[in-house]
Write a protein that binds this ligand. Sequence first.
Ligand SMILES: [Zn+2]
Length: 153
Amino acid sequence: MMHYSEQEWMKYVKNELAKDVREEFEHHLYSCDQCLDTYLLAVEAEEALLPKISNEVDFTDLVMTQITKTKVEKHKAEEKKKRFYHSSIFHYSIAAAMTILLMTTGVFQSITQYAENVQSPSFQGKNPSMTEGLVNKTFAWMDTFSMNMKEDK
Ligand SMILES: [Zn+2]
């Protein structure tokens, strides 16, 4: 499988790619864990490069101040806001959602371990299989979800 470099993912995060290239990147991201990691690194790097708008309170104040000025300036502020949502917040949300997904899987794993430690001998084999079933169902759902995403395109 062909992979994209962190620099290429930086371009994706910064929205510097043509629409069709962007879509190729997105398709690849659905099916590639390696590039998902690289992409998350690129998002983190991009966040670090944007100290001015990483502070949401300051950014909101800035936008609000501009909105109270003339209509032309208000329009500019809204454009800035749109670009901001297009880049930073949007990608950060995806990164956060991925983190939650990974954490959830981690939680399932610790439940399995917990069940193994505390269960009485008569229940041995029953609880872990229930938990494994839950984990498998979650993975099956995630597979279905990513397949649907592919079919939509
Ligand atoms: Zn890849």
